[in-house]
Design a protein around this ligand. Structure first.
Ligand SMILES: [Zn+2]
Ligand SMILES: [Zn+2]
Length: 124
């Protein structure tokens, strides 16, 4: 009986790892579809002049004018806490609504603090 328990635990552990791996590849597939759509087929940072193409370094950016953020409906939307792959799935389900763009992490971060790209001088 002791052995059974051991194998059971091991089996569960391996299963979990497999499930996690499957989940990751599924997420990557969704990411590629969504990012590919917003990049019009060629996945890369949408900041003009930025050469970043690696999908792991890219993120989804919400193009929302500062004014719109104060509106109630927008606030409620963000309170729904859609981010990461939840967000990608949602976008796919909603048939890719407008208002999003793909930026590399550096450009995305710069967007929050600067009015234009510190590296390439264009607005994001
Ligand atoms: Zn960039
Ligand atoms: Zn940039």
């Amino acid at each position: 009986m002791k052995m059974d328990k051991y194998y059971q635990r091991r089996y569960r552990k391996e299963n979990l790892a497999a499930a996690r791996g499957y989940h990751e590849s599924y997420i990557m597939r969704i990411k590629r579809i969504v990012f590919g759509h917003y990049c019009k087929g060629r996945i890369r940072c949408q900041c003009r002049g930025c050469p970043i193409r690696h999908i792991d370094l890219l993120s989804l950016d919400h193009i929302i004018p500062a004014r719109a953020k104060t509106k109630r409906s927008k606030r409620n939307f963000w309170r729904a806490e859609k981010h990461g792959w939840n967000m990608w799935l949602w976008l796919k389900k909603m048939k890719f609504p407008k208002g999003f763009q793909i930026l590399c992490l550096a450009c995305n971060k710069a967007k929050g603090t600067k009015t234009c790209c510190p590296r390439y001088g264009k607005s994001h």
